[in-house]
Design a binder for this molecule. Structure first.
Ligand SMILES: [Zn+2]
Length: 319
């Protein structure tokens, strides 16, 4: 039986939202046009109008996308924990009342820091089941050599799925699906068909070097498939929201896909030969690409680790 509700409000939902309305105060909808800057910003957070209903908040850790609906706001990601108060302030300048629902594109700390505060205030939290498991049981953070404890119960996903799902909040349809192993093991896209906008978290990396959290389940093969899926479910006018950096057009997503596919094709033979990331860097496996990277060795190291985690897919005779 699907765990995803198809309409709001759910029992008890209205009263929680009413509480949040009080917290939000008399927020006024800013009249904005496409790509126009919203005049108000709280602290380091800047707001950019994507459409009349969608606003991009940047500077709270990862990007936070906000959809205004008649039944409360919908957020994609909740930023880093240290920016939660600033995020709540910034929301006051964005159209809508309260936060009806929050989607987590994945479980990294820059995307789930505000979960507990928003969940406490009544938001339903949507995420892939893998993300719920991580946030509920805790996990080892290899890059920081420590265990990350579970989130408080209020911050844990309440509506999870394995492959894809759809819901409607206010009059706004929302569709979402798994982008398996593209960056972590819990990546999803969140599509807003009425606006032709898709949020895809760290599966898109226009500003920073692409990150492959191989210890957390991401790898280059997953990335190629995920970018192909984003292209399949979009058209020439679709706009995409990454975790860091500005809104992208479809041509930029196509370019990321083509680059990742090229990297996959180049690296796979070197991996078969048993080369290390250092060998590959010296061989020039990154030479002549349409994009350069801030830390080419780290990128190659992480991609190389991911290949080894999927070695049986590269050589069918090895299981
Ligand atoms: Zn991430």
């Amino acid at each position: 039986m699907p765990r995803v509700p198809h309409s709001f409000p759910s029992p008890g939902f209205s009263s929680r939202r009413a509480v949040l309305r009080g917290l939000a105060g008399a927020a006024v909808c800013a009249a904005v046009g496409p790509a126009a800057r919203v005049a108000r910003a709280a602290g380091p957070i800047t707001a950019t109008a994507v459409t009349a209903e969608l606003t991009l908040l940047s500077g709270a850790g990862g990007n936070v996308l906000v959809l205004a609906t008649d039944d409360g706001r919908v957020l994609v990601d909740s930023g880093a924990a240290e920016h939660t108060e600033a995020l709540r302030e910034a929301l006051k300048a964005v159209a809508g009342q309260g936060v009806a629902a929050l989607f987590n594109t994945h479980w990294h700390l820059d995307q789930v820091g505000g979960n507990a505060a928003l969940g406490e205030a009544g938001a339903a939290i949507f995420a892939h089941e893998k993300t719920r498991l991580r946030l509920t049981t805790g996990y080892y953070l290899r890059t920081e050599a420590r265990y990350q404890p579970p989130l408080p119960p209020a911050g844990r996903p309440t509506e999870t799925f394995f492959t894809e799902g759809a819901t409607k909040i206010g009059a706004q349809p929302i569709e979402y699906g798994y982008l398996i192993e593209a960056h972590t093991d819990g990546d999803i896209y969140v599509a807003f068909p009425a606006s032709n906008v898709i949020a895809a978290g760290d599966v898109l990396a226009p500003e920073r070097d692409p990150v492959f959290d191989w210890f957390g389940g991401g790898w280059l093969g997953g990335r190629v498939d995920a970018l192909a899926r984003l292209l399949e479910r979009s058209d020439a006018r679709t706009r995409f929201v990454p975790s860091y950096g500005p809104v992208l057009g479809r041509a930029e997503v196509q370019a990321e896909h083509d680059l990742m596919l090229e990297l996959f094709d180049r690296m796979v033979e070197h991996v078969r030969l048993g080369e290390t990331a250092k060998d590959m860097l010296e061989t020039g496996v990154l030479d002549g690409l349409p994009r350069t990277f801030t830390d080419p060795y780290k990128l190659l190291y992480d991609m190389h680790k991911g290949f080894w985690a999927h070695h049986n897919k590269l050589m069918p005779d090895i299981v």
